[in-house]
Design a protein around this ligand. Structure first.
Ligand code: ATP
Ligand code: MG
Length: 461
């Protein structure tokens, strides 16, 4: 009864086709990945699972990255042991997840994710393990264990569906992912439209992985992307935020954003991105800022998400701010109003967590203060905890042509000057005369190093 009802309410997902999957075992001499390229923790955990009588493979992004000659971010393990069985093997482990339960195994400072092979349910399955989809085909539950072959088929792209057995140093390939890696092709597994409908985040993953790994999105995989872009509206905003953050912090933010725009995927994420990118000033600002961010990431320097979102939304704030001022509002309240409006519109699209609000807010509201150089205001600015981030932000505005470069040069000089030089610079500024009493006040002290670390200073977060 319940099943019949569920069938009527939700469309039923057909399992991703595994019919054209044949297992190819790729030996060490062909693939070249050596055991020592796996972190000692991941290796130890896989070995212990195998010694307990189960299978265990390094899987997903790590195998793909190693084959591409890149250093994996992390190592995930897939096994035929259930989460409880894995948890039983490792004292320092815990079962996590609701949509799909998996195990985090702690090893030193590292955490390795161990997941049980996932499958697709068949007609006669237990009703609780049915894969339910919403009216757009999005998977609402994905909680069925399966065989290794099924686990390969439910992954997103063929290059992400390779299993590396560290004991035998072999790669198991059910879906010709190895060939695709060698041909630098990103190919979705199964029917592209169905797979994007099941999980529209795969649209973004396609763009990110292709840009980051230098892969070409295969024709059939690429074809429906533009048409299905509206499905992103249906994804919970917090999940979109996580995926967007991965994209922005991938070290390839600029090519990714260019690709998102080319494929029409940017509408649902940052609603005005298309408008901003069409204004030469906005495009220049975002281009310079993202290029900077990418360089920082490649140099292993920290990047703050707050700073990034302040960049991506700045030209929206700017245009709203201008409109309000034209309508007669005073600059300061107009800026605060513009910020409130833009952040609340944004919250409905891609939920920027509130913990970033303070940084974003401060970076933006400090901007007009860089232009007020009269009196001792610049000295007070130096003591602001978010000065460095706001300063870098202001330099980007200068570089993009939004502000006069003279302003940036003045501030760089001011920052590297000693106290006497700063005093001279301030007294050369037009504005109210400073009294003797104020001049003799304790001078603000901040590091004299300019080292204009454009984009993302360590004080940003
Ligand atoms: P990276 O970690 O470099 O961003 P990744 O491919 O490892 O890339 P993860 O999010 O760590 O990405 O996912 C690990 C693996 O889980 C993927 O390689 C893929 O096999 C599978 N996977 C991740 N997201 C999805 C998805 N939306 N649909 C299907 N399979 C997915
Ligand atoms: Mg990964």
């Amino acid at each position: 009864m319940i099943r019949k009802f569920l069938h009527q309410v939700f469309s039923r997902k057909t399992p991703a086709s595994t019919s054209n999957s044949t297992l190819t075992v790729i030996p060490l001499k062909r693939h070249g990945i050596r055991r020592h390229q796996i972190t000692p923790c991941a290796l130890k955990i896989a070995t212990q699972i195998q010694q307990a009588g189960f299978s265990a493979y390094i899987v997903g992004g790590a195998v793909r990255d190693l084959l591409l000659g890149l250093t994996p971010k992390d190592f995930d393990i897939a096994t035929n042991a259930t989460p409880e069985e894995v948890h039983h093997i490792f004292r320092r482990s815990r079962i996590i997840g609701r949509r799909f339960r998996l195990v985090h195994v702690m090893c030193g400072a590292e955490t390795v994710e161990v997941s049980t092979f996932r499958g697709s349910s068949t007609e006669e399955d237990d009703p609780v393990s049915i894969q339910l989809t919403d009216q757009h085909g999005r998977l609402l539950h994905d909680n069925v264990f399966g065989s290794q072959e099924e686990d390969a088929a439910r992954r997103d792209f063929t290059v992400n569906a390779l299993f590396y057995d560290p004991a035998k140093e072999e790669i198991l390939d059910y879906l010709k992912g190895y060939e695709d890696i060698k041909a630098k092709k990103l190919r979705i597994i199964g029917d592209p439209v169905q797979r994007y409908r099941e999980d529209p985040v795969r649209l973004l993953r396609a763009v990110r992985l292709a840009s980051k790994l230098g892969l070409q999105i295969e024709t059939e995989t690429a074809r429906p992307i533009g048409d299905l872009a509206p499905l992103l509206h249906n994804v919970p905003p917090s999940r979109l935020f996580d995926e967007m953050l991965k994209l922005l912090l991938s070290g390839y933010a600029l090519p990714c954003v260019i690709e998102l725009r080319a494929r029409g995927l940017h509408h649902g994420l940052l609603p005005m991105l298309d408008v901003i990118l069409e204004q030469p000033l906005g495009e220049r600002f975002i281009t310079i800022a993202l290029k900077n961010t990418d360089e920082r990431i490649r140099q292993n320097k920290p990047v703050s998400p707050g700073f990034l979102f302040a960049i991506l939304l700045w030209h929206e704030v700017l245009s709203r701010w201008n409109t309000l001022q034209t309508a007669g509002e005073k600059p300061a309240p107009a800026l605060f109003n513009a910020i409130d409006t833009i952040l609340s519109i944004q919250r409905n699209k891609l939920a920027i967590p509130r913990r970033f609000d303070a940084v974003i807010h401060e970076i933006w509201t400090m901007q007009p203060r860089f232009e007020a150089r009269a009196g001792r205001k610049p000295l007070r600015m130096l003591t602001h905890p978010r000065f460095r981030a706001a300063f870098d932000f202001m330099l980007l505005r200068c570089e993009s042509g939004e502000l006069d470069t003279e302003l940036g040069v003045w501030w760089k000089t001011f920052l590297s000057a000693d106290n006497a030089q700063r005093d001279t610079m301030l007294s050369n500024q037009p504005g109210p005369k400073r009294s003797k009493r104020r001049r003799s006040r304790k001078k603000a002290t901040l590091s004299n190093d300019t080292g204009s670390d454009t984009a993302n200073p360590d004080t940003q977060s």
